[in-house]
Design a protein around this ligand. Sequence first.
Ligand SMILES: [Fe+2]
Ligand SMILES: [Fe+2]
Length: 244
Amino acid sequence: MIRIVHLSDLHLSDGYFLPDTAEAVIESVNDITPDILVITGDLTQYGSYNEYRNAEEWIGRIECRNRVIVPGNHDSRNVGYLLFEEIFGKRSSSHSFGRVTVVGVDSSQPDVDDGHIGREMYDWIAECFRPGEIRVFALHHHLLPVPMTGRERQIPVDAGDVLELLCRCDVDLVLCGHKHVPWVWRLNGMLVVNAGTACSKSIKARTTHCYNLIEMEDERLWIYRVFPTGKRELIVDLMNEPES
Ligand SMILES: [Fe+2]
Ligand SMILES: [Fe+2]
């Protein structure tokens, strides 16, 4: 069994997040003992140094050594993308954790909320995925529209080309955030999984704080929506059909 915890949109800034909720999230994630932790951006609100230090401390309390963290649009504000690199390393990176490859890409731009991957990244992304592995792609911005989020905006300007690339690379899972609403789409055999906000005050409609737990065993995959209390809701139960 491989367990991936996917958190997003923490916004760990005074006045923008709920400390009790954040504490409960850390506790419930540690109870899961994930193999891999993916955080899809918006760790901070303004990309400031103090916020980054808080985020480093907060994330450091999650007991998982295999981490992939990408910045969100809020993290790239006020030259925060330089602090991201200083504290968390490269903004785009590829990691192999046993059978699982996770490619995390920075979809943010300085002081702009729109998403953007960029043609110059496509060849590198394709080279990161190798045959026989479970392929996971992580970015902050939503690659597909998400219900209950109002007028569509800030989707990566090259979302169509990136989706085609990921399908061509036989990516299994796309993990994203930004909209603060959880959702799962199945597209051409690929699961596009949006996380809600883990602990920020910015909640949409009647959604609530949550994160994703993806479990994989043999040919089977489960996705759970997990609430800060640790309570889970099964969203996807998938048996991968062998290709004919
Ligand atoms: Fe956010
Ligand atoms: Fe965002």
